[in-house]
Design a protein around this ligand. Sequence first.
Ligand code: HEM
Length: 352
Amino acid sequence: MATKLAALVVLVAFLAGPAACEGAFICFNGWLRLPIICPRGSGTPREPVPSTSGSGLSYGYYTTSCPSAETIVTEAVRKAVVVDKNPGIGAGLIRLFFHDCFVRGCDASVLLNTTNSKNSDTEREGPPNKNSLRGFEVIYEAKTAIEAACKNTVSCADIVAFAARDASYFLSDGSINIPMPGGRYDGRESFASETDQLPGPFSNVPQLQASFAAKGLNPVEMVTLSGAHTIGRARCMFFSSRFSEMNQTYAASLMAECGDNGNTNVNQDYVTSNVLDKQYYQNVIDNKVLFTSDAVLNSTEETRTEVMQNANTAGAWERKFEKAMEKMGKIKSDQQSVEIRKVCWKVNNNYK
Ligand code: HEM
C-alpha cells in the first residue's frame, strides 16, 4: 500500500511540474525527465520574488569613475570571439548573464565559488551550470584589467552584463546593440539548490511562462529570449528522448552525431550555428529544434504568433531581443547585493 502511494505521489509530481516541489520532497523543475527526490528542506514552497525594475542603474555608469571599464570588457570579448575565433565563448557569455540574473538577480552570484557563509556548493555546481557554463575566463581577464585601471570600482555583475551585450553584438555581426546600463552590485551568497529557478529543457509553455513571470518577464519576452538558442551548443542528454517528435531527417542526423553518448555536444542551430540571428524561429516552425522547451513554442497560439512574426519580419526579433536583454539585466537581487568584489569568484573578506 505504502509503495503504491509513493508511486502515485511520484506520478502526480511528474505531471504537475514545478508546483510538485512544494510541500512534498519530490522535485521536477523541467531539467530532469524523471522526478528526483529533493534534499530535505529544498521542498518548501517558494514565493515568486517580484522583480522590480533596476532603479539605480544608468547608462555610462562608469564614465567618471572608471572611463575605460566598458572598453576593457568589449576588448576582452572581441579577443575571445573575433580574434581567437571562438564564437562558443560568446554563446557562453550570453548564457552566463541569463543564469546570473535568474538566480538572486544580476549580482554575479553565478561566478562565486567562495561565499560569505563559506558555502562551496554554489550555483556553479547546480545541474544547469555544472560542466556546462563557459566564458568565465573572459570575465576574469576583464576584471583583472579593470582592477589595474581603477581599483574597487566596477562590479563583476556589471562585467557579466557588459560581456553579454558585447557577445551579442559580435555574434550578430553588429545587428544587435543592447543598451546596457551599469550600477549593479555583487552579492555575497550563492547556492546550487537555487538554480532550480532556471527553466529546464523539458518544460512546457505554462512552466516556461511561470519561470519567466517569476522574474518579471512576460510571455513575449520569454519567446524573444529563447531565440538565444540560435547559437551555442547543447548536450544530447537533454533531447535524445524526443528524437521521435522531431522532423525525422533532422532527428536522424542528430542521432548519428550523438551516438549513445549523452554528453556529446551538438550545435543548437543547424543552419547558422555561430550567428545570433532569427534562424531559430524558422527552426521552431520546421520542428528542427532540440529541446521540448524550444519545440513547444510552436504549440500554443500565443507563442506561435510570436514565433511566426520573429521568423518572418526582418529586424523584429533583433529589436525585441535588445529590449528583453536589457530588461533581464534589471532583475534585482532579492538579497542585498552589497559590494564591489575584488576578485570575481570570491566574496571580499570579513566572512560572517
Ligand atoms: C526558455 C528557457 C530555456 C531553457 C529551458 C534553456 C535550456 C538550455 C539548455 C539545456 C542548454 C544546453 C546546456 C548543456 O547542454 O550543457 C542551453 C544552452 C544555451 N542557452 Fe538556454 N535555455 C533557456 C533560455 C535561454 C535564454 C533566455 C538564454 C539567453 C538569453 C539562453 C542562452 C543559451 C545559450 C547561448 C546556450 C548555449 C551555451 C553554450 O554554447 O555554451 N537560454 N539552454
